[in-house]
Design a protein around this ligand. Sequence first.
Ligand code: PEP
Ligand code: MN
Length: 260
Amino acid sequence: MTVQIGEIQIGGPRFTVIAGPCSIESENQFLSTANAVKDSGASILRGGIWKMRTSQKSFQGLGSDSFEFIQKIKAQVGLPLISEVTDIRQIEEVSHLVDAFQVGARNMHNYALLKELGSQPKPVLLKRSFSAFIDEWLKAADYVLAGAKAQVILCERGIRTFETATRNTLDLNAVVYAKKHTGLPVIVDPSHAVGIADLVPQLCYASAAAGADGLIVEVHPNPVEALSDADQALNFETFDKMMKQLEKVLNAFDRGLNKA
Ligand code: PEP
Ligand code: MN
């Protein structure tokens, strides 16, 4: 099954790269990142409007203060946008602004949110919780898919294991398993999986080789100053280099990139 976000088909023969900042921090930050990732070959933008932060003292996202400039930037750059909703009430609030809704790892078990998202037509990117069995993740997808208009893309974003050297452990088993046992598109978030920018490109290549349908990658104009997930964001130059190498990996598997 393929799922369409804007003009982009996810789950077909072509590989899709979604990229952008962890959090939308300002008009300049989002505009420059959107232009840079588009120039490097990303076909969908990401950017957090409301953030699910472990600490209440951490940056929580700009929320509705950012709507106006996001609208402007989307029109200017011409790429669709995916963003996380953390509460049922936000679905309606941003449905004019986003082309697909992200359910974060921390909300994978929020069945009320999943059911509500199943009742609207925009695609839902369902992150796997960092402590969910594959079976629980797929059953969470069923909550969305029970809705009449539902469309789901699965996203593996790393799980907690005994290992502490990296933020999480990328479970490529889950990617190949979900590809084999569901008809749903499956993408990988290497940024949250490893949590270390230097190691992200290699996981992008591995995900492509494993047969994922795409990636969602965090990119920031100046990663050290990012208000969330600074350690894992790629700068523009590294993202561009990664994309060039990624195309070679995809070509080895007779695949290519989805272009905007
Ligand atoms: C994110 O995409 O910025 C995010 C918070 O991801 P996750 O829900 O996977 O932690
Ligand atoms: Mn993040």
